[in-house]
Design a protein around this ligand. Structure first.
Ligand code: PMP
Length: 396
């Protein structure tokens, strides 16, 4: 059997039509397959490789830390310098109340931890989330996921969950003094890049403050520069009580985090002690990688050109078959007629060496979320391939 057949046979599948590209090397904006074919990466491993694939500083940090120590002991017992340094640097770049970082292995685990934290801190049990939201695939995260098709097969799920409508003022009435937390993406990703209206997200913040519910903002997909500011909530001019990070946080390694005030986080320390336990969360090699990636993001000033690059995309994504483009920085959804058209264009792009994708709850939309290092010529070329794909698909 060749590698592709072994992959289908022995690596558990969750789709009957996986892309099954066999990548041998990835660097910067590109991936190369087993035949040496090059792909321009327009999706950054779903918003992970913000600083590009295999950033040399990240690789070096991994190599160094792997030689010092890897796993030592479960989360929180030892002072591990990569964790301390990364948590310190993150909090230096966050509002004052977001001062305590709990590192996890993934975005979903950060959501799970934050849900528990909100229940512990408030003594309440109800949680509100939004339709068309995605927060992960574990059972707590699945309970708050905002789409019945994806949720329903796994019932029973957590009780006490309300689903509200994003950008809808009347939904906010459902937040009460029984609500432990409201969990929202700062920009909805899998819903097809839905940006919150400024007045609405302010009303949401106010309602949480009034009722004593914690506002948990999920920036797993949108955070770390993708929207043109380090954090998406900066653009909305609000501050959450708990911030959820993942994906790009590890510089390409698995790392998530939930971040809150010291006071809120302290509720995990007693009655029962060890309120949230993880063996590998905040792994020293992953924290070293994340710290190196974060420094690269800041020192190479990758965020400052994000909005200009968004404009280059918007100028060149012009085709009668494009119904709309929704974007905030380099997080973009190109809305087409249907999933069928979208899938054919995606396949065409891949055949031409441009890797793109669709969204879970907006399958008629093409995903564009490249590494932030993408250059103007690469954007123009990618847009020309997408438009060419639309021509080819629609002429048939
Ligand atoms: N929140 C959001 C907004 C996400 O997009 C994702 C992953 N797509 C998650 C949470 C879950 O992250 P993970 O896959 O690392 O569990």
């Amino acid at each position: 059997m060749n590698n592709r057949q072994l992959f289908l046979q022995h690596v558990a599948q969750t789709s009957d039509a996986p892309l099954a590209l066999e990548i041998e090397k990835a660097e910067g904006m590109y991936m190369w397959d087993a035949h040496g074919k090059r792909y321009l990466d327009l999706i950054a491993g779903i918003s992970v490789c913000n600083v590009g694939h295999c950033h040399p500083a990240v690789v070096e940090a991994i190599q160094y830390q792997a030689q010092q120590y890897m796993h030592l002991l479960v989360y929180g017992e030892f002072v591990q310098s990569p964790q301390v340094a990364f948590a310190t640097m993150l909090t230096q770049h966050l509002p004052e109340n977001l001062s305590s970082v709990y590192f996890t292995n993934s975005g979903a685990e950060a959501i799970e931890g934050a849900m528990k934290l909100a229940k512990r801190y408030t003594g309440r049990t109800e949680i509100a989330a939004f339709n068309r939201s995605y927060h992960g695939s574990t059972q707590g995260a699945l309970s708050i996921l905002g789409d019945e098709y994806w949720r329903n097969a796994y019932r029973p799920l957590l009780p006490g969950i309300q689903h509200l409508e994003y950008n809808d003022f009347s939904s906010l009435e459902l937040i009460t003094n029984q609500t432990a937390a409201v969990i929202a993406e700062s920009v909805q990703g899998e819903g097809g890049v839905i940006v919150p209206q400024r007045e609405w997200i302010h009303a949401l913040r106010n309602k949480c403050t009034e009722t004593g519910a914690l506002l948990i903002l999920d920036e797993v997909q949108c955070g770390l520069g993708r929207n043109g500011t380090l954090w998406a909530f900066e653009q909305h001019d609000i501050v959450p009580d708990v911030l959820i990070l993942g994906k790009a946080l590890g510089g390409g390694m698995p790392l998530g985090a939930f971040i809150a005030s010291h006071d809120i986080m302290w509720s995990l320390t007693n009655n029962p002690v060890l309120g949230h336990i993880t063996t590998f969360g905040g792994h020293p090699v992953n924290c070293a990688a994340g710290l190196a990636g974060f420094k690269a993001l800041l020192h190479e000033e990758l965020i400052k050109d994000v909005k200009a690059k968004e404009q280059v995309f918007l100028q060149h994504l012009k085709h009668p078959a494009i119904k709309a483009v929704r974007s905030l920085g380099l997080m973009m959804a190109v809305e087409l007629e249907s999933f069928e058209v979208n899938k054919k264009v995606i396949d065409y792009c891949i055949s031409k060496g441009v890797l793109t994708d669709w969204f879970l709850f907006a399958s008629e939309c093409m995903r564009i979320a490249p590494p932030l290092i993408i250059k103007e010529e690469e954007i123009k070329w990618a847009c020309s391939v997408i438009c060419e794909g639309l021509e080819k698909v629609l002429e048939k």
